[in-house]
Write a protein that binds this ligand. Structure first.
Ligand code: NAD
Length: 375
């Protein structure tokens, strides 16, 4: 199969879907890899490294899109790329279909098979979405580092180092959600010597987190009372909840911001617009923060891109087995053989196969389990 990788064009997206070591894997399986020149530069991988691994370097993105059978990338397909989507092109990327109706419609209209990497599952109950877990950990860590930056007086903050500094109380960091992102934030915040509080609804998750984190991390059931307490005395609130897209209430309301300490901040890693944090709207690395009721909000929606080399290595290694299976077996056989890959199937032959998106848009859902019976 001809496999293609293009340069990501989303604002400040520096990741790349493939690293040179993975190119060699595709070649070893008898495939050809076409890469747009400069695609890896944002992650520190030079064209020469890809060429040395055996990739065919291509000047223009459109020549990659038009030449290949499998287009393998990181972020969603943006409007300037819509024209390249065609029926016989397999697309594997983070699609986020329920947030991007226009993109989803383009995939449906073209009739192509598309796989959302974020929806691929695994049997490990602690890594149910392996291609989300890897980036979540980086996002949580990056969120805490952003708090360290904005807490400095020279960056408009209250002038505190988020560390246990002699003469000052250890800063209080409250993290809502003990999943992948919450654990990433907690790992750094606790190792910096902060007083860390984590909240979740799931006791099993909290027990597991407690076993992995040091003693300066405490755990509470995520009740309204616990959140109100944390709002009053925390230096940083980090929201790491996986928020149902259809939910209308919030965990932190605009009014709650008035109870926070001067200089306290909200790092919204989840960054769902009007989600768990009522006043949240997602931001970019170019313009990462804004203030509501005097409280700094940081809500960058692609934090891992700041750590692009780490992120690309993880992304490429974790997604490689799925991309290789599709290239080796063809899309139908690969989907038939692997329930976890099937869970990521978003569109096939003009049908919407991702249930959550179909429900959100109120359109007909085609069950992939039924589809494969016809093949
Ligand atoms: N900003 C970024 O760049 C970035 C990167 C990766 C992930 N994310 C986002 O971060 C969010 C969290 O991702 P994750 O991978 O950590 O999810 P996850 O499913 O691993 O963890 C979410 C946790 O939230 C808990 N939870 C649910 N409702 C809660 C409540 N009311 N109070 C407290 N805890 C609650 C769940 O029990 C779970 O443990 C997602 O929305 C994801 O899209 C953002």
């Amino acid at each position: 199969m001809k496999v293609g990788i293009v340069k990501e064009i989303k604002n400040n997206e520096n990741r790349v879907a493939i690293i040179p070591a993975s190119v060699k894997e595709f070649l070893a399986h008898g495939h050809e890899v076409y890469i747009e020149c400069g695609a890896g530069l944002g992650s520190g991988f030079r064209d020469e490294e890809y060429a040395a691994a055996g990739a065919i370097m291509v000047e223009k993105a459109e020549d990659v899109w038009n030449k290949v059978d499998l287009l393998y990338k990181v972020k969603e397909i943006l409007p300037s790329e819509y024209k390249y989507v065609r029926k016989d092109l397999i697309i594997m990327t983070y699609i986020h279909s329920n947030a991007h109706r226009e993109e989803t419609q383009v995939l449906l209209d073209a009739g192509c098979p598309s796989i959302a990497l974020e929806d691929i599952t695994s049997d490990n109950p602690h890594r149910r979405f392996p291609l989300v877990a890897n980036m979540g950990e980086l996002a949580g860590k990056g969120g805490f580092l952003a708090a360290c930056y904005y807490a400095q007086s020279v960056h408009g903050g209250p002038g505190i180092l988020l560390n246990n500094v002699i003469g000052s109380d250890a800063p209080i960091i409250s993290i809502i959600g003990c999943g992948y992102t919450g654990m990433g934030a907690a790992e750094l915040a606790s190792s910096f010597g902060c007083t860390v509080r984590m909240m979740d609804l799931n006791f099993e998750t909290m027990e597991r987190a407690q076993g992995l984190l040091p003693d300066n991390v405490s755990f509470r059931y995520s009740s309204r009372a616990a959140i109100e307490d944390c709002l009053k005395d925390s230096d940083v609130i980090i929201n790491c909840v996986l928020w149902p897209k259809t939910r209308k209430d919030h965990l932190i309301y605009r009014e709650d911001l008035k109870t926070m300490k001067p200089g306290a901040m909200i790092i919204d890693v989840s960054c769902d617009d009007g989600g768990a944090v009522e006043t949240c709207h997602s931001t970019t690395h170019d313009d990462p923060v804004y203030y509501e009721e005097g409280i700094l909000h940081y809500a960058v929606d692609n934090i891992p891109s700041a750590f692009s080399k780490n992120a690309s290595v993880r992304f490429s290694c974790d997604s490689l087995p799925f991309a290789l299976a599709v290239a080796d077996k063809g899309i139908k056989q690969a989907l038939k053989d692997d329930k976890h890959l099937r869970d990521g199937l978003t569109t096939f032959d003009g049908k919407l196969t991702l249930r959550e998106t179909a429900e959100k848009f109120g359109v007909e859902w085609a069950n992939p389990e039924e589809l494969i019976k016809e093949w």
